[in-house]
Ligand binder design. Structure first.
Ligand SMILES: NC(=O)c1ccc[n+]([C@@H]2O[C@H](COP(=O)([O-])OP(=O)(O)OC[C@H]3O[C@@H](n4cnc5c(N)ncnc54)[C@H](O)[C@@H]3O)[C@@H](O)[C@H]2O)c1
Length: 366
């Protein structure tokens, strides 16, 4: 598969498709002295991929928990890098999913006013979405992704092999973000993605083509608006509702699944406000619904007050309006400020009741 470059204010960087996980890590570790920040689980699953590339004192393993994407959890990481005498000619190699990536990006951005780092994303979500775009946000207390800036890696290394050990939930989470980009891009990207979607759900290697297509859609947005003040804001489709579902369930719903539910909710709101025809809403939801099935129990247990406080914390909102990304069709998105009390909360409740009714109906038919 053909590699490509991303243009960034900080530095351009290459997205490479590698033939194995070992070669991904090897290519990323191309400095005289390389430090490894890796997801503990991935390191244990693929020990041979790291052999001979890092001194044992230059390896730092983390658990991929939202609580580790925090200022407190990063203090020992900064301490370790400084004690090990990380200098400008060293490189930080970050291996893991979105949590490890965000920790690594944040640290690489601040250490010595910015150091070289390379990323080997190991989840479908990280390969198909987060690995490009420069965002380096961490959580602050219960406030999700509120601290950070934009600092891209110096190279990204993708491969199919490492995706083989992902859980079904994390696979579906990645597909959630991939479908998001296909919906944003328009009819032809959406139908192209849908052509291979069932193969991707069945975890076939064709997913790498879907990943490449998806990253190219994102590339177009981030190269025009890296700092997320213009057109890139549309990439937050599903996130206002999704982040609220994620935090209201204490992160029991994986990020991309929460985004899939959030996109369904945004489509429902769009339909209720008369923007989106009902059959289009149903088409969008029929694509997203299979990704969300495992999490209906958590969804139905959500208390509306928790949702209300979670949604108000979203950094994309102004103080009294919720900026919702709505759609009038595939590829036709717009940002609309809506009132929390009058529009957003009743329509979240309406959406949850609608899903509940659908679920009851399908149970009674079984
Ligand atoms: N920076 C960005 O642009 C951006 C974009 C989207 C999401 N995010 C963030 O990404 C995070 C979610 O990331 P994620 O979905 O990649 O999950 P993750 O990093 O939380 O990993 C999910 C689970 O998969 C495991 N895992 C990772 N790779 C594996 C592999 N190859 N085999 C088996 N298990 C593996 C992890 O240990 C963890 O248990 C959220 O914090 C979200 O806010 C960041």
């Amino acid at each position: 598969m053909e590699n490509f470059f991303i243009k960034s204010r900080a530095h351009d960087y290459e997205v490479r498709f590698e033939d194995s996980f070992a070669n991904s890590v090897k290519r990323a570790a191309d400095s005289q002295r390389n430090f490894l920040l890796a997801d503990k689980k991935v390191y244990a699953l693929y020990p041979n991929a790291f052999k001979g590339l890092f001194d044992s004192q230059d390896i730092y393993l983390v658990e991929a928990l939202e609580s580790n994407k925090s200022y407190e959890a990063l203090v020992p990481l900064f301490e370790w890098l400084l004690r090990q005498n990380f200098r400008k000619d060293c490189k930080l190699v970050v291996v893991g999913g979105g949590v490890t990536q965000d920790m690594g990006a944040f640290v690489a951005n601040l250490l010595l006013r910015g150091v070289r780092w390379s990323l080997v994303p190991t989840t479908l979500l990280a390969q198909g979405d987060s690995c490009i775009g420069s965002k380096s946000s961490i959580n602050f207390g219960s406030f999700k992704n509120q601290l950070g800036y934009f600092y891209p890696p110096h190279s990204v290394h993708l491969c199919y092999e490492v995706l083989g050990t992902l859980s079904d939930d994390d696979w579906n989470s990645g597909l959630g973000e991939i479908v998001k980009l296909a919906i944003i891009a328009g009819e032809s990207s959406f139908s192209r993605a849908m052509d291979v979607f069932s193969d991707a759900q069945a975890r076939k290697p064709v997913v790498m083509e879907l990943i490449r297509d998806t990253l190219l859609i994102k590339k177009d947005f981030i190269e025009r608006d890296e700092l997320d003040v213009g057109p890139r804001r549309l990439l937050n489709f599903g996130h206002t509702f999704g982040h609220a579902y994620e935090s209201a369930t204490n992160y029991q719903i994986p990020h991309g699944v929460a985004v899939a539910i959030g996109m369904g909710n945004a489509a429902f709101v769009s339909q209720k406000l008369g923007m989106l025809p009902e059959e289009q809403f149903k088409l969008v939801w029929s694509t997203l619904e299979p990704l969300t099935k495992q999490f209906l129990v958590q969804l139905f247990a959500i208390d509306m007050r928790t949702i209300a406080s979670a949604i108000q914390r979203d950094k994309k909102n102004t103080s009294n309006k919720i900026n919702c990304i709505l759609l009038s069709g595939v590829g036709k998105l717009e940002i609309r400020p809506l009132s929390l009390q009058e529009d957003v909360l009743p329509l979240i409740e309406g959406f949850l009741n609608w899903i509940k009714a659908q679920d009851n109906q399908s149970r009674s038919l079984r």
